[in-house]
Design a binder for this molecule. Sequence first.
Ligand code: COA
Length: 261
Amino acid sequence: MSSSYIQFEVGEDGIALAVLNRPDKLNALNSAVVGELEGIVSRLESDPGVRALILTGAGQKAFAAGADIGELAALAPLEARAYAARGQAVLCRLENCGRISIAAINGYALGGGLELAMACTLRFASPNARLGLPEVGLGLIPGYGGTQRLPRLVGRARAMELLLSGDPVDAAEACRIGLVNQVVPQDELIPSCRRWLSGALAKAPRAVELALQAAGLGLQAGLEEGLRFEAAAFGLLAATRDRAEGLQAFLEKRKASFTGT
Ligand code: COA
């Protein structure tokens, strides 16, 4: 499934690679890109053969340099509200689709680009990456969830620095404040994501899925709801073969063999 602005392919291991492909515009997110992203998220939600996603940008300079400023400039107030709501909706779906996603940040991740990366489960960055929310310098605020996800990721104080100054941070600083998980050389970025994912995908699939859901739900709905879900999921897993296998394998001092059942 490849279309004009996002190249998309799924490997035999179930890991999908999506490449934002507008390098002449530093992979800026226009409505067509958002539309293609919606299609990819629908595939993640519905195709059990797609087990995880790596999202990156074409070229060596940018992951995505933001929402398309040309498009933004033409929006009337109600259109601007709908534009933000559409982007927010697809990023929420990506965040909650039950698949691990890694943003492989290969350069600029600004504005909507950083918001997209923040909706992914993890972020790996190359040393040349620059991450920021420059919207206030354009008379805007982030509209794809940046004001909400950034404080949840890095805490209120750091988030305020980025949000209110509009200044980007480099990859090392982003890693130090917890905005990215790892910094790896650019040519190692995708292989590193694949290695990390193959480790997680070798664990009990239902357990991984429910851990992802529990953490996500708790962050959105609060501690009490999150704990209720955690206990229910903990119980549900007792019905799986993989839980019996995982515990038995430990007791027998052997490697567990999971089947996803
Ligand atoms: N929307 C639309 N076009 C964008 C864009 C965006 N967010 N970011 C970059 N581009 C385009 C530029 O207009 C330019 O197009 P052109 O060659 O047709 O003129 C092309 O991408 C290359 O960008 P350029 O600015 O020439 O590259 P640079 O290396 O000098 O600067 C940046 C790189 C990222 C610092 C700069 O492009 C920039 O500040 N972009 C906007 C970032 C932003 O504010 N994002 C938030 C938007 S809400």
